[in-house]
Structure formats: C-alpha cells, structure tokens
Design a protein around this ligand. Structure first.
Ligand code: NAD
Length: 492
C-alpha cells in the first residue's frame, strides 16, 4: 500500500458551521468538532444545537409553511430545477466538503452523490407540477373531488453515510409537495447540509422553508421528533434508533417513515456469469466503503461455483485501491469515524472466534504521513462461518463480505430471508424464469438482478421487516409528504 504524499488541491478549507434557521446562519451556545476521518484531525467545529434551537427552527418552518404551501406547483418546480442546476454548478465545493467530512472517495462523491442530488431535484421538480387530486363519480347529485395537500412541517433526520443524497431524498419531495423542513443531519456528517441550505436559498427557496439544526441525536432528536409543531417525521438511520423514533412519534400520532438498517443477501446461482458475479459482489460490499444500507455483505453461492468465486475474490479484493479519499483513483476510503471502524473490527474479531476463514483483508492498511491517523480498514472476505454467527446475522456496515454456500434454490431463498432485515437483495443468474421467480420470493424493498446498486430517483426503495416502512424516490415518495382531502359539493 503506498502513501499519498501530496493531498490534492480540492481539499477544502472548511469554515466553522452554524445553525441555519429562518434563512440565516445562527450561532448555538456550544460547539463540537467535525473530524476528518482520513487523518483523524479536527476539520472544523459545528454548532451544537439545543432543544431551544430546535424550537426556533420548527417555529421558522411553521411561519414559512403557509406561504410556501400557497406557491403554485409550477413555481416550486422552477425553484427545484434551479437547485439542480446550482448543485451541478457547485459540484466541486459539495464534493470537497462531503469527502472531507465523511471520507467519501471523490470519484464516487462526484459521480454518485452530487449527481444523484441534482437528479433528485430535477425529478421532483417535474412531479411538483402534478401534485393534484381526482374527480370521483358518486351516485348522488354532487361534484366530488380529492385534493392532495402538504402535511406541514417535516422533521428530516439523516445518517452519516450518504449525507447529501439522503437529505435530498427527503427535502426534494417534501418541498415539491409544499411542506417546510427542519433537517437534523448526523453529528458526524453535517457540513454538506449547511452548504445545501445556502444553495437552496440561492435557488430562491424562501427563508424558513428549510432549516438545519446540527448537533447530537441523543440531545436534540427527541425534541425534534416530538415537537408539537412537527407534522411528519422522515427518519433514515439505524434500526435501534428508528424503533425509538417510531415509539415517541407514535405516542403523538405523528406519521413516520423509517428507512433503517440492512443486511442484504446476494445470491449466485450455478448458471451465473462468474466474471459478472464477482464484479457485482465486490461492488456490493466495497461501495461507499461498505457503509451502504443497501450493500451486499452476504454472498450466497451455489455449491458448484463456491470455490471458483472464493478464489476469484481472494485475488481481486486485495487489488481494490484503498487510500486517500481525495485521490481520484481511490475506491475505498476510511470509515466515516473512529466508532464505525471500532464496530467493524469487533465483527472481524468475532469472525475469527467463530472459526471464519479470512480469505482477503482482515486488518488495517498501513499508511505513512497524513493518513496514518485515518480510520481505515481493509476490504475483507470471510468464508466458512457457521450460519448462526452474528457476523452473518447482524449489520456490520463496513467493507466486509461473508460467503456462504447453498445447494438448492429453496435453501438459497431461505438463507437470504433469514435475517430480520429486508432492504435490498440481489441475484446472479442467466435463467430468466429463475430471475423473476426468486426476485418475487426475496423479502426486500428492492431486488437487483445481475448487477448491484442500480438506483435512480424514479425507482422507489425502502424496507420490509426491521428495515422499516415507507418508500423514498419515485412518485411513491410524494405520498409520504401529502394528505388527501375529499371535497363533496352538493349539486341539488
Ligand atoms: P443512527 O441511527 O445512529 O443515526 C441516524 C440519525 O438519527 C442521526 O442524525 C442521529 O443523530 C439521529 N438520532 C440519534 N438519536 C436520535 C433520537 N433519539 N431521536 C431522533 N434522532 C436521533 O444511524 P447512523 O449510524 O448515522 O447511520 C447508519 C445506519 O443508517 C445503518 O443502520 C444504515 O443501514 C442506516 N441507513 C439506512 C438507509 C435506508 O435507506 N434504509 C440509508 C442509509 C443508512
């Protein structure tokens, strides 16, 4: 592994972050450090929001609601389209900030994260013009119709792994439907939210329509999701925190959508194209350094191909470029934080204790210079684990792949469905009938055949079982940000 001697010029000089409330930056009483995961050094400081700050942000969102909801769909569409253009115009800044904050490789950040954000705003710009109801025929003399109305103030709570994408997947449809938003980004991934708030303002989103309160979920999360001024909670994060959010929001009868953890199975049948399967298997577990709720950390391989696939992984995985997120050749950067690496390393220890055979990786890469303090872990492949191992059953959320074998299609499906999660799944086969048959039997919100992570704002995704409920992306997402009102006018 070679050290990157010079950090490319794109590395930003990040200013201290403030809260963004009512269209203005505001100070909080306290601050906390944002750490660069590639070096372990402090990048900048952020406002540590309090319950009072949450209250001010919800107040600003409430005050802005009536005006924003009254704008025409066409006007909102124009503004959202400008956001998309500005995101592309500010791509360098967004990439620099996001990569510095969470260690995301710049090549991934530019082509996936930033471009996806632009596409989301374009997509919901188009849909903003069609948020309307229907007329209904009923057997009494009347004019009966439905209206789709915005819900009000949306609390958008997002995790650390795709800060820009997952905040936009809430904010774009929420705005398209006429809602206002209070966004609480993850404590270890807040910088891009502040930059996006400026971009939204530049695009013409009025003050108060989108507010950002940075800080710790344990300190301000409850204050936000239980706030009487909040009409809907859109949460993406871990299953444990999601359960808590559902409970406290449920007590107040607030509608909640929950995009939670995942532990997807990737099935390789004996008729698969081996090269394609290996390529997809690697992509599925190293994408975003394995910090991908829809990653594929469980590879299930038919007996006939098991050893071939394992040999291919043992050869290919050590060649995946691991290093400085600011090096355009890097595919795997650091974990987004020290606690995330510590969690992955606990699972690696557990794998060894359970008798797992490490086929590739298994430790930390070594770097000199700046990167020596970074939170890196090698992409790791583990075979021969017993099927009851925690390493297979739980969400690791790092660049770790376990490989299991199966004999029959029924066994493959049963193994795939054997964890509490149900976010994504995938299969490799050249048999068309099997592709559709197995896709229908997999318990997941999205199933990919013969590739991985094919995502688009037009395609809904979300979970079943412990992966949550509700759908983001697609026209389905607008349903989560609107309510239907029926109006029946007597013609008698
Ligand atoms: P997390 O649950 O620790 O935190 C998510 C957010 O919740 C953060 O903003 C955090 O500050 C906030 N939070 C914490 N306590 C809270 C409380 N009491 N009330 C309200 N908010 C609170 O998750 P994380 O570690 O940031 O992200 C990783 C997890 O997110 C993984 O489990 C991953 O699978 C999941 N995830 C799911 C999806 C999806 O679409 N289903 C997408 C990305 C990540």
């Amino acid at each position: 592994m070679t050290a990157v001697e010079e950090r490319p010029a794109i590395r930003p000089d990040v200013p201290p972050g403030q809260l963004f409330i009512g269209g203005r930056r505001q100070e909080a009483a306290d601050r906390f450090d944002a750490v660069d995961p590639a070096t372990g050094r402090v990048l900048t400081t952020l406002a540590r929001g309090s319950a009072a700050d949450v209250d001010a942000a919800v107040g600003a969102a409430r005050a802005a609601f009536e005006g924003w909801a009254a704008t025409s769909g066409r006007e909102r569409a124009r503004i959202l389209h400008r956001v998309a253009d500005l995101v592309r115009g500010h791509a360098d800044d967004l990439v620099a900030v996001e990569s510095a904050d969470v260690g995301k490789p710049v090549s991934l950040c530019r082509t996936v994260d930033v471009e996806t954000v632009a596409e989301q705003y374009e997509y919901y710009s188009a849909l903003a013009q069609g948020v309307d109801g229907a007329t209904r025929q009923i057997p009494i003399a009347s004019h009966a119709y439905t209206r789709r109305e915005p819900l009000g103030v949306v609390a958008a709570v997002t995790p650390f792994n795709f800060p820009l994408v997952l905040s936009s997947s809430k904010i774009a449809p929420a705005l398209a439907a006429g809602n206002t938003v209070v966004h609480k980004p993850a404590e270890d991934a807040s910088l891009s939210a502040l930059l996006m708030a400026e971009i939204l303002t530049e695009a013409g989103v009025p003050g108060g329509v989108v507010n950002v309160v940075t800080g710790f979920g344990t300190e301000i999360g409850d204050a936000l999701v239980t706030h009487p001024g909040v009409d809907k909670v859109a949460f993406t994060g871990s299953t444990a925190v999601g359960r808590h959010v559902a409970r406290v929001a449920g007590e107040r009868l607030k509608p909640v959508t929950l995009e939670l953890g995942g532990n997807a199975a990737h099935l390789v049948f004996d008729d698969a194209d081996v090269e394609q399967a290996v390529h997809a298997a690697i992509k599925a577990f190293v994408f975003n350094t394995g910090q991908f709720c829809m990653g594929g950390p469980r590879l299930l391989v038919a007996d006939a191909l098991h050893d071939t696939i394992l040999d291919a992984l043992a050869e290919a995985v050590p060649q995946v470029p691991v290093g400085d997120p600011f090096d355009p050749a890097t595919v795997v950067g650091p974990m987004a934080g020290e606690r995330h690496r510590a969690k992955v390393e606990q699972y690696l220890e557990q794998a060894r204790a359970d008798g797992g055979r490490i086929v590739a990786g298994g430790g930390r890469p070594t770097f000199d210079g700046d990167l020596a303090g970074g939170f890196f872990v090698q992409p790791t492949v583990i075979a021969d684990l017993p099927s009851g191992s925690r390493v297979i059953g739980e969400e690791i959320f790092g660049p770790v792949l376990t490989v299991q074998r199966f004999t029959t299609e029924d066994e493959a499906v049963a193994l795939a469905n054997s964890t509490p999660y149900g976010l994504a799944a995938g299969l490799q086969t050249t048999n068309l009938a099997r592709a559709h048959r197995v896709a229908a039997r997999l318990q997941a919100g999205i199933v990919w055949v013969n590739d991985w992570a094919m995502l688009d704002p037009a395609i809904p995704f979300g979970g079943v079982k412990d992966s949550g409920f509700g759908r983001e992306y697609g026209p389905e997402s607008l349903d989560a940000y609107t309510k239907t009102k029926s109006v029946v006018v007597s013609l008698a």
